[in-house]
Design a protein around this ligand. Structure first.
Ligand SMILES: Cc1ncc(COP(=O)(O)O)c(C=O)c1O
Length: 399
């Protein structure tokens, strides 16, 4: 911790601390910069390719022209509400298979608003170890007691639920459905069963499943037929729906509660009504995208098979997100640079985004990627992994 130098202003102290923290990030290869992706994009969450779809562009252009105003003007509780949002929320609830849906300007604010308002000190929240930062921050803000269970670890979860079964507060299990960094899938049905057995509700973040999993891309909860049994399901629009924002889906009472108590909903300017037109069109396109979803499945299965043949660790991925787990930050940076040279836009994902020692390249497949490109990608990764293996054995040999 730097000390305030005598006579230095508070601003100088802050600047000095910023400089020191940036220097330590550089030292441990965790300094990040903002780059514009160039090449075949393998880090995009635009899974169905909708973000650049001319039909979606046309929809938003028409919606702008139709709209009375193009500004948000205020919170939805004040001047910002609009017929467009109310209609879209009803439509989205039908998509998610829930009674209602409430739109937030981002998935981050949806998760924070939901968890920080639902939970309070005295409650216990059970959270998968690999849950997204927005879920973690929402739980932290709530002041509830947090029990972190190992990733997808239902045996640990059951033990923890049993231990906390007699408390007076509420209990909530929080999980993603498709995990953003692992590309694996939560055991939602088992979590729901355990929740029922020990009196805990279930909240599911479908960010990486929306548009991709389930009938017509309506999410993993609908694939399993449990969408009415979860307390809340969050679907984001910034990934496969090629748009932005998120819906918290659940009961009428949950929606009323969030409108009254979720601070990120209350104290934030509404998204302009024309944007509802884009999400409306994206939903229709996503519903109809069965061939894109099939293509994604085939791409991912082939890629995993060829990486497995080269003994490259893809974790337990079973979806369109394929992690290539390389361990050290340096190894991940090396592989990222090889891929970039070969024309693939990827970024090394390092702690704290992923647990220490599991730095990786996160390959996020989208329907725009061809099978030939995916094969070339596997070739480059195989070569990068071989050269890393060689340099590792050389450094071991040199002691
Ligand atoms: C699992 C998960 N939940 C929530 C979010 C946040 O959504 P948004 O990007 O719309 O803020 C993300 C974004 O990366 C995510 O991966």
């Amino acid at each position: 911790m730097p000390e305030i130098p005598d006579g230095a202003s508070g601003g100088a102290f802050m600047q000095q601390r910023i400089g020191q923290e940036l220097a330590s990030l550089r030292e441990i290869s965790q300094f990040r910069t903002l780059d514009i992706p160039a090449g075949i994009d393998l880090s995009s969450n635009d899974y169905l390719g909708l973000a650049s779809d001319p039909r979606l562009k046309a929809a938003i252009a028409e919606s702008v022209v139709r709209s009375e105003r193009v500004g948000g003007t205020g919170s939805r509780l004040l001047s910002g509400n609009a017929r467009e949002w109310q209609e879209l929320e009803a439509e989205f609830a039908a998509f998610a298979g829930t009674e209602t849906a409430l739109y937030f300007g981002s998935g981050y604010s949806a998760n924070i608003g939901l968890l920080s308002s639902l939970l309070r000190p005295g409650d216990v929240v059970f959270s998968d170890a690999l849950n997204h930062a927005s879920l973690i921050d929402g739980m932290r803000l709530s002041g509830a007691t947090k029990v972190i269970f190992p990733h997808r670890g239902t045996a640990f979860l059951e033990k923890a639920l049993r231990e906390h079964a007699t408390g007076v507060g509420a209990r909530l299990i929080v999980t993603e459905s498709v995990f953003s960094m692992e590309g694996d899938v939560a055991p939602l049905a088992e979590m729901l069963r355990l929740g029922k057995k020990y009196g805990a509700a279930l909240m599911v973040d479908e960010a990486h499943a929306t548009g991709v999993r389930g009938p017509q891309g309506r999410g993993l909860a609908t694939e399993l037929g449990i969408e009415r049994e979860a307390l809340a399901i969050v679907h984001t629009c910034g990934k496969a729906l090629g748009s932005a924002g998120a819906f918290v889906c659940g009961s009428r009472a949950l929606k009323d509660f969030l409108i009254n108590c979720a601070r990120t909903f209350i104290f934030s300017t509404a998204t302009p009504p024309y944007f509802a037109g884009q999400i409306h069109a994206a939903m229709a396109l996503a519903r109809a995208a069965d061939s894109e979803r099939a293509h994604l499945r085939e791409l991912a299965d082939e890629l995993r098979a060829s990486l497995a043949a080269a003994e490259i660790d893809c974790g337990a991925s079973s979806t369109h997100i394929v992690p290539v787990i390389l361990g050290s930050n340096e190894a991940a940076l090396h592989a990222a640079s090889e891929l970039q040279h070969a024309g693939f836009a990827v970024r090394a994902i390092r702690p704290p985004t992923v647990p220490p020692g599991t730095a990786r390249i996160r390959i996020s497949l989208t329907s725009h990627i061809t099978k030939d490109e995916a094969r070339r990608l596997a070739d480059v990764l195989r070569a990068a992994s071989e050269s890393l293996g060689k340099s590792r054995s050389a450094s071991v040999a040199h002691g």
